[in-house]
Structure formats: structure tokens, C-alpha cells
Design a protein around this ligand. Structure first.
Ligand code: TYD
Length: 222
């Protein structure tokens, strides 16, 4: 048992020799990730970096197909373990086909959601716990993010922000589910203070951008 756990920790470690950078964005639905991702991209491109933007679930043709299955509101009978494995399957393809090659070429990869989404939504929201990290260790390998921006917004406020658009299967979940996800993210923030930058998402777009930019500039030595 002990050996298995050690292997998992080693497998999801970060390879410090890699050439590029990997930055992920996380947060509940409606926390404003897209706006902040676009602002950060603009900044990094102005600084002359080669930046690629990608997202989960999806990011590849195969991943987009998996995404449609996961988010289809008609798939009401989907089991929580099936759901967790589909997100991990989409992630495995995404790492192999997009994230790993770009990092190895020295690019900056910005990804809208990654492994922390699975831990928060499937681990905490669905109550699957640690098994989610184990499933995901196969998908992620050594490609853990260098930094993760967590936009923190209470679920009631996030829900208000997205109330006008059509909701997917996950967004349609009860408030208690979204509250568990929120608490999951807070737990992750405490567990990985070096990697996860928690930002209060109720600030103005400029205020939030400035906090994020300072952290990322530090990472890149700017
Ligand atoms: P999507 O519309 O792609 O993302 P966003 O809400 O960020 O615009 O929907 C993705 C949904 O899937 C979102 O509700 C979060 C959820 N999700 C998980 O439950 N687990 C995961 O591993 C990922 C990546 C997303």
C-alpha cells in the first residue's frame, strides 16, 4: 500500500527541467475565468512570449467529443465514477497531444481548468475523494501546473452571473454541490500554497488582473 501511494506522489510530481511553463485557471462557474485568461494572454504576448490557450474538458478533437458526452444534460444517469474517468480520459489526450509538446517546445501553456477541477468537482462535489487524484495521476504524469490561478467566488454569486445562459449538466447541479466544490477549492488552496494563487473574484477586472500578473511575472522572472 505504502509503495503504491509513493509511486503516485512521484508520478504527479513536476519536472523542474522542462523548458516552457504551464499555468492553469480554476474556479466555480461564473467566476470570470475567461476574462482574466484573455487579459493575461494579452500581457504575456506583449512581453514577447509564445503563448497557447487551451481548455478542459476538450482541447483536442477526441477531448471535445468526450466533453459533449459529459456535459449533455440528457445524460442524467451518468455514474460519478464514469464522469471522473471521462474527464481524466479527456485530460490524458490533452496532455499527450497539446500540453506536453507545447511545454517541451518552450511555450507558455494557459489552460482553462485542469486537474484541480476534477478534485473539486468529482472529489469533493461528487464525494469520490482521493480516488480522483489516483485516476488523474495516469492522465497528468509529470505535467502538473507551475501556477494555478483560483478565482474565488461564492456559488450563489457565480450562479447569478451565469443565470442568463443555458446551463450544462454540471451547472444544473444543486447549490449544495456547488458549495462542496467551493470548499474543495479552498482545501486545495491550503494544501498547495506554493502553486495555487487564490484571488477574490469580486474585485474589478483590473484589480484581479494586477494580482494575477504580479504572480505570473514572478514565475517568469519578469
Ligand atoms: P465548461 O463550460 O467547459 O467550462 P466553464 O464552466 O469553465 O466555462 O464546463 C465545464 C464544466 O465541467 C464545469 O461546470 C466544470 C466541470 N468540470 C468538472 O466537473 N471536472 C473537470 O475535471 C473539469 C475540467 C470540468
Amino acid at each position: 500500500k505504502v509503495n503504491t501511494i509513493r509511486t503516485i506522489i512521484i508520478r504527479i510530481g513536476k519536472d523542474s527541467m522542462r523548458k516552457g511553463y504551464f499555468i492553469t485557471f480554476e474556479g466555480g462557474d461564473g467566476a470570470g475565468k475567461s476574462t482574466q485568461i484573455n487579459r493575461l494572454m494579452e500581457h504575456l504576448e506583449n512581453c514577447g512570449f509564445d503563448v497557447i490557450l487551451t481548455r478542459e474538458p476538450g482541447g483536442t478533437d477526441i477531448g471535445e467529443k468526450i466533453r459533449n458526452i459529459i456535459l449533455d444534460p440528457e445524460n442524467k444517469e451518468m455514474d460519478a465514477v464514469t464522469e471522473a474517468m471521462l474527464y481524466a480520459a479527456s485530460r490524458a489526450q490533452h496532455v499527450a497531444q497539446v500540453i506536453k509538446p507545447a511545454i517541451e517546445e518552450g511555450k507558455i501553456v494557459i489552460c482553462d481548468r485542469f486537474i484541480d477541477s476534477s478534485i473539486a468537482y468529482q472529489g469533493f462535489g461528487r464525494g469520490l475523494g482521493d480516488s480522483v487524484s489516483i485516476i488523474n495521476s495516469y492522465a497528468v504524469g509529470e505535467y502538473m501546473p507551475d501556477k494555478t490561478v483560483l478565482l474565488k467566488l461564492k456559488p450563489q454569486l457565480g450562479n447569478k452571473r451565469i443565470s442568463t445562459r443555458e446551463k450544462d449538466r454540471i451547472e444544473l447541479e444543486a447549490e449544495s454541490f456547488h458549495q462542496a466544490v467551493f470548499e474543495g477549492y479552498e482545501t486545495l488552496e491550503k494544501m498547495y500554497p506554493e502553486r495555487i494563487i487564490g484571488v477574490d473574484a469580486t474585485g474589478t477586472i483590473d484589480e484581479i488582473h494586477d494580482v494575477i500578473r504580479n504572480h505570473i511575472d514572478d514565475l517568469l522572472g519578469l
